[in-house]
Design a protein around this ligand. Structure first.
Ligand code: G3I
Length: 370
């Protein structure tokens, strides 16, 4: 009889272990490593895309708004703020106990033109632009004080060669616009984490200038907690080594690394990598080779690439605050239309039928050994 009870107990415990495993999620697997997050689009934020919302709730511990917290949406006209979508986004994050990220306060793209011009259409003075930046940042960051845990304060201000992007912010204020933006954010919410975010963030020239930028902020007593490495990558570029070199260099200057906008495109690229939304290329059939799905060999290459990156992230998990995917399912990805409009890409962890891809289980398995 005793043997019967032991056998029953063993069977029950194995089956509940398996059931637990089958319920395993990215969020559970990475919970003691770093936040694992996703960008949310409007249909997910307003609840219309229920299938994606279910995936987000089950799989992710951090969220960022893909678009609705950019200055063109939050303050489309001077003094006229629109917070409905951002409020819904932050509310969703709080309800689901997520690490909420604000993206992005100061960016040369998706910024309303009124920021830089006076009533005659001429560039405003540096004083006026400072005031407008301060008003935008203070209004937005104060509204979500204590609720948004980290802000992409400045986005994409440095070029691959290490020079400053010749944006309107730079044209009117010079390099000073960056410390000003961080100072305004810190004053508005002293407890929020503050990040500088960029793409192609492994180019040595960019690494050097970004590290100098961070040192300058620290020397001025201005808060900076992390570098956002966007990680919009392809199958071949960048190499894991050059990516690792950049990651380590950033953290050696005393900040954490956020992998902020990860996706891996399987499509041929007209150039190495970029994420500069204004760089577009005309459609060419040859550049859209997988309309009906990825061939097995490309799928295998793509899965290996994701595993290589996550092995790197787990190797340096002490340096990493979060890894955020730039979207939930393949059909929602900006990569279907960038850099070439109208392609079919497969860059994310969930497919066009909202199904979890086999890669997710493989990434979860990696956490069991690291
Ligand atoms: O919502 C409107 C829709 O009403 C309208 O019919 C349609 C017509 O084009 O435009 C829609 O807005 C688009 C928006 O995405 C929402 O889909 C904008 O045109 C389009 O420019 C915008 O693209 C976003 C892009 O940033 C520019 O803001 C992408 O979704 C978003 O993935 C991308 O994300 C950026 C990060 O913020 C910064 N790092 C690079 C990354 C990729 O460019």
């Amino acid at each position: 009889m005793k043997r019967f009870y032991i056998l029953t107990f063993l069977t029950l415990s194995i089956s509940s272990f398996n059931a637990q495993k089958s319920d395993n999620s990215l969020k559970q697997a990475f919970q003691n490593k770093f936040y694992i997050g996703t960008a949310m689009n409007l249909e997910q934020i307003n609840g219309k895309d229920k299938k994606s919302v279910d995936i987000i709730k089950k799989q992710f511990s951090s969220i960022v708004a893909e678009n609705c917290m950019k200055s063109m949406y939050l303050q489309p006209q001077e003094g006229k703020f629109f917070f409905d979508d951002a409020d819904q986004f932050v509310g969703f994050g709080e309800k689901n106990n997520m690490f909420i990220i604000g993206h992005t306060l100061i960016w040369h793209s998706q910024v309303p033109n009124w920021f830089f011009i006076d009533k005659d259409g001429k560039n405003v003075s540096s004083e006026v632009l400072k005031q407008r930046m301060k008003n935008h940042i203070t209004t937005v960051v104060s509204r979500y004080k204590g609720r948004v845990k980290g802000w992409d304060v400045v986005n994409e201000a440095i070029m691959e060669d290490g020079s400053y992007r010749k944006s309107k912010f730079y044209e009117i204020l010079g390099e000073e616009f960056i410390p000003l933006a961080f100072r305004y954010a810190q004053e508005a919410d002293p407890n929020a984490e503050l990040y500088y975010n960029d793409y192609n963030e492994w180019h040595p020239g960019k690494v050097k200038t970004v590290i100098q930028l961070m040192k300058d902020l620290k020397s001025k007593g201005i808060r900076i907690d992390g570098i956002g490495m966007q990680a919009h990558v392809g199958l071949d570029t960048p190499s894991i080594d050059e990516y690792e070199k950049a990651m380590v260099a950033y953290t050696e200057s005393g900040v954490k690394v956020n992998i902020t906008e990860l996706e891996i495109s399987a499509l041929p690229s007209p150039w190495g990598t970029s994420a500069n939304v204004s760089d577009k290329v005309a459609y060419d059939e040859k550049m859209n080779p997988y309309k009906k799905g990825l061939p097995k060999d490309v799928q295998a290459q793509w899965e290996n690439r994701y595993q290589d990156f996550f092995k790197l992230f787990l190797k340096h998990q002490d340096k990493i605050r979060r890894v955020t995917l730039w979207g939930v399912t393949d059909n929602q990805s900006w990569k279907n239309d960038f850099p070439i409009k109208g392609r079919t890409d497969y860059p994310l962890l969930f497919d066009r039928q909202f199904k979890v891809k086999p890669i997710v289980e493989k990434l979860i398995k990696l956490t069991e050994t690291k």
